[in-house]
Design a protein around this ligand. Sequence first.
Ligand code: TRP
Length: 326
Amino acid sequence: MKSEKRILSGMRSTGPKLHIGNYEGALRNWVKLQSDYKVFAMVADWHALTTQFNDPSAIARNSREVAKDFVAAGIDPEKSPVFIQSHIKEHAELHLLLSMTTPLGWLERVPTFKEKQQDIGGAERSPYGLLGYPVLQSADILMYKPYGVPVGKDQAPHLEISREIGRRFNNLYGEVFPEFVNIIGDEAVLPGIDMRKMSKTYDNCIYINESPDETAKKIKNAFTTPTKIKKSDPGIPEGCAVCQYLRVYSPNWKELWDEDRQGLRGCSQNKSECIEAVNEFLRPFRERRAELDDDTIEQILTKGAAEARAVAQQTMQQVREAMGIW
Ligand code: TRP
């Protein structure tokens, strides 16, 4: 039986396309959770601003494209609200209130903060919003009082701080925010075609919404065992991008890996089977994606925002009452 328990998760709209790493790292779980929970799928456009404040012109467009990829990947907008963060102004209010109670030390200690700050040009140049990133994320989460939050492993520190921020609010003003659990899949992280982390900044991604030919071309050029020149040379599947994809998308990957190790199969055979498997996996996503025009996604987002807003307004009522600020 499906409970009315909620799940909330989000992805930043820093680009127009989601890749299979985004899918395996988080979205796959969101899709699965829909059968047991009410899944709120949020596009975090304000969070995209923390690194793109100097040119926000693409963010609105990107947010719509990301929402289309959510639906293409299996989020059912009939039962799961799909919405854009900035459409629910309550998130900004909760962020402000939580920023009053969050110790600076907690934020400065977040591992990604120092890194991102350096990327942007050090403390003098990086925005206040970057420091507050986890506070905004806490507002996103706590607003929906979710049972759980499904994210990729990299988000664990943000969830930890969100829980702390919720507890602190409850201690100061009274129980408003129930504890939520982390829902982190145990899927292996999919590497990029060059075996580094799959990331659009490395230009090594396989996108949900690219053509089968583009996918084929990328896999043909993907990193394999460098010392495997001839078919009979032993492969090391753990270090080969093609074998990593086969592990996820090919049902008989174990045999393929053994044969690769023993020098019984060559990289080009692996590649053509991998192309086949990945394109077959993405086929239904791409078909759904092709059907989704701009009007349709706008309707989906309007409906999703209305559902999200109803919950957000209720929570904010309780927050204002608890704090006595009204
Ligand atoms: N920080 C998350 C990421 O980079 C995106 C995000 C924003 C999020 N708000 C959230 C994730 C709330 C889970 C819950 O991927």
